[in-house]
Design a protein around this ligand. Sequence first.
Ligand code: SAH
Ligand code: SF4
Ligand code: F3S
Length: 461
Amino acid sequence: MSSAQQSPTRAKRVYIETFGCQMNVADSDIALARLNEAGYQEVSDADQADLIIYNTCSVRDNAEAKIRGRLGTIKARKAKQPGLRVAVMGCMAQRAQGELLAAHPQLDLVVGTDQFVRLPELLLQVEEEGRLAATDFGDFESNGNWSTRRSDGVNAWIPVMRGCNYNCTYCIVPKTRGREKSRPPELIEAEAREAVAQGHVQITLLGQTVDAYGKTLGDGSNLARLLRRLHDIEGLKRLRFITSHPKDISDELLATMAELPKVAKHLHVPAQCGSDRILRLMGRRYTRAGYLDFVERARRYMPEVELLTDIIVGFPRESEEDFQATRSLMETVNFSGAYVFMYSPRPGTGAANLEDDVPMEVKKARCNELLNLQLEMQGAWYQGLHGRSFEILVEGLSKTNPDRIQGRSIGNLNILVDRYGADGEDRLAWTGQLVKVRITSSTSLSLFAEALSPAMVASGA
Ligand code: SAH
Ligand code: SF4
Ligand code: F3S
């Protein structure tokens, strides 16, 4: 037995593992702050923990399969350590609710996407009354400015809205996150000011359809005005937002992005598909021509705007012709990046009623074909950037090579620079600074650059 259990007075230890999107990461940080206020200490080793939380994703079955795997492994440990508490929060918790408790006796607590801020009380309730599921939708967005624990040095991610009022027929998110709810701009501004004061000079605003921000507030708030409100925070260097729905990108938003120098010239705006027939079955509310019209508008305002897409292949009834339409859409737009997913039926969604009739081998082949296409186009684009200069915000060490530092352009280009200068200077100290670099070489995945001299961009930028 661990020494932990021999000293009942020490702080309880929590380990949290986060799956899924950036919204889940933000939620885990809020959950940790709440638990910390209640006396829990975070540990990075699950074996040390008295409380294990899985913050889950439901977007595709393989996301849920991973979590089912974790729950299987934890069962044996729980048998040996009955005092261990195991909780599931996030989208799978919201989707499966009490079913999870029934299926997994090793689980103590299931907490939905609007209830996780009550984790400390719910854990006490478990001690008093036993296992439980708390999955009601509430309105915590407008009520509180929840404190959070921020880990990443340069970046802060701030949820500005949660939920989704679209009903794309393949998507579980409206069920797991509920109706769209925006946070009041003054709360967001307060949080952003605090984050910048702590040194998080790059802020990314989060929402499932972030460009619909403000609609539910009914006071004229919208994303363009929010960007304007945050832009002049002293010390803020870059302002980003994800993810957008093509239908909600207004001219006002595009003009504001173009005008404000700290706002990233980058839109993550999933097309999902290039065939009108499938787009209609997906319930996406735009046509191929409508999407291309958006692309044209975006590029009119910002000629170098980087467009990132998500694509689903193998949606029910997708024919070879439909697939070719998606391929040709990608060729026409020339996206700066693409996430390509194989369709996975989700229980209770509109498309779950359609037969999942594209065979797995075909889904895989189509997925690979589009990934290769994207790499080819990206490689060619990167080649064309050799010799170009960029201002990058240095984010820290490269994730794959500790002899390089990594930064991002005002678009979304990830650029790598040698960590040590000719004079031996350790450029890791540039983290959080804007520096000037020139692209020297590339692969289809990475861009390499040299630092210009002087590299540092004058502050106040
Ligand atoms: N809120 C965002 C992202 C939703 S989920 C948006 O609206 O764009 C992220 C991506 O997962 C989606 O863009 C879609 O491409 C993919 N996705 C969602 N449901 C899926 C499913 N059932 N099968 C495969 N991919 C899916
Ligand atoms: Fe899902 Fe569509 Fe909403 Fe995005 S817009 S979260 S894909 S329902
Ligand atoms: Fe997954 Fe929920 Fe995010 S389903 S992608 S964790 S909104």
